[in-house]
Design a protein around this ligand. Structure first.
Ligand SMILES: Cc1ncc(COP(=O)(O)O)c(C=O)c1O
Length: 399
């Protein structure tokens, strides 16, 4: 306790995220707005951002939308329209929109516990839960950790089960040297303020599959056929529906989840420094985990290829007294944190999920339940002063 009071003498003033939209980004917006009559709705900057994102990620097609949740929503909506109903295997530790999008599209979610070393779905449990009704595996790369193994990829390919990657929390993280978001038949990103890069709000759907790309473009804009880039797709609808004005053919019961030129200008400016920022984040996470007392806190995360906008602080044991001390110490030191990590912990404990899967289902997933009660995330941003990382570890270790 003595060490604690010495270390908390200083307020660390450490938010979850800091300065993620910089002066340079704001200046880019100001420059853009200096034009006479700029087009503000989705136009050349959205297209340029999509192209630059494709180049950065290494995929053929990207569709910019107004949030990561929208990316999830239209991905699952398009899958349901194209491939029909069935089951989708989902994580218990993820953001609500990953489960909500599955439910909203009319799929049955099948839940999987986490691997404590990656916080992502336990790959063996995923494979055990595949049935003839499985339409997809929707895997979240949690807080910058890679959730893939070669065995999972090989098995999914052999069993012809599509993989959807949610990379909303893991921009720049890799598996075997390739960026996450390249392995699924489709991948989703978020540019919410607290993530690796921000467009204020925003998201991206990425794929190498041209027909899925055309469907996603339509899904982004009310299901409108004129949004398709392929003449063949547009003409086939025109020919089949001669009674309709070709400007107003709605192929799918979809949404408007478009973003704007201003968000795309910010995204293009941000992308220029994403890799450099991610290098700092990688170094910071290692410093944090190296500094923690591994008898009290988990430090054995699988760091290979990881790229984390948040530190994961997870107690080794379900020790409520230690948990209370940790929370008190961080509050006193001005360190913002989120219990349960990014999505609030075990999704199956949430009221919306209990309604679908029953009130006691959450009990079957002990690994995520541990993180729910004894896990935290703390901000890891590029201008975080490195000495604060050591100070926080020195504060936490004696507790
Ligand atoms: C894994 C995951 N998926 C989807 C989302 C939704 O992204 P957004 O906040 O941009 O809607 C989040 C959000 O934080 C997330 O962490």
């Amino acid at each position: 306790m003595q060490t604690q009071s010495v270390a908390t003498a200083r307020n660390l003033n450490w938010p979850l995220m800091h300065n993620n939209i910089t002066r340079a980004d704001l200046d880019a917006v100001i420059e853009f707005l200096k034009q006479d009559n700029p087009i503000l709705t989705q136009s050349v900057n959205v297209r340029a951002f999509e192209k630059e994102w494709c180049e950065w990620l290494g995929v053929k097609y990207s569709v910019f939308v107004n949030s990561g949740a929208s990316a999830n929503l239209i991905t699952l909506g398009a899958m349901r329209e194209l491939y029909g109903p069935g089951e989708v295997i989902v994580p218990t530790l993820t953001w609500v929109s990953d489960i909500a999008s599955v439910l909203q599209a009319g799929f049955k979610p099948v839940f999987v516990d986490i691997n404590p070393r990656t916080l992502c779905m336990d790959n063996e449990e995923v494979l055990r839960k595949i049935t003839p009704s499985t339409k997809a595996v929707f895997l979240t790369h949690v807080l910058g950790y890679n959730g893939l193994s070669q065995r999972l990829l090989d098995e999914l390919k052999a069993r012809n089960v599509p993989l959807i990657e949610d990379v909303c929390e893991s921009h720049g993280a890799t598996f075997k040297g390739r960026k996450l978001g390249n392995f699924g038949s489709v991948s989703n990103f978020s540019y919410y303020y607290a993530h690796h890069m921000s467009t204020i709000e925003g998201g991206m759907v990425c794929t190498n599959d041209q027909s899925f790309y055309e469907a996603i473009r339509m899904f982004r804009s009310h299901g409108m056929v004129r949004e398709a880039t392929s003449d063949q797709v547009r003409n086939s609808y025109k020919e089949k529906h001669p009674d309709l004005n070709p400007d107003f053919i709605f192929a799918y019961p979809a949404y408007n989840v478009r973003s704007t030129e201003i968000n795309a200008v910010i995204g293009r400016s941000q992308l220029k420094r994403l890799d450099a920022n991610n290098e700092i984040r990688r170094r910071n996470l290692k410093l944090f985990l190296d500094g923690l007392d591994s008898t009290k806190y988990r430090t054995d995360f699988d760091l290979e290829g990881s790229c984390n906008y948040a530190f994961t602080l997870i107690l080794q044991r379900p020790d409520t007294a230690l948990r209370d001390k940790v929370e008190r110490a961080m509050r006193q030191a001005g360190v913002e944190f989120r219990r349960g990590t990014a999505g609030g912990g075990n999704q199956l404990r949430q009221p919306y999920a209990r309604k679908y899967v029953g009130d006691r289902e959450f009990e079957k997933y002990p690994n995520v339940d541990h993180v729910h009660f004894y896990g935290y995330y703390i901000g890891n941003y590029p201008d975080l002063e490195t000495e604060k990382i050591g100070e926080l570890c020195r504060l936490l270790n004696p507790l």
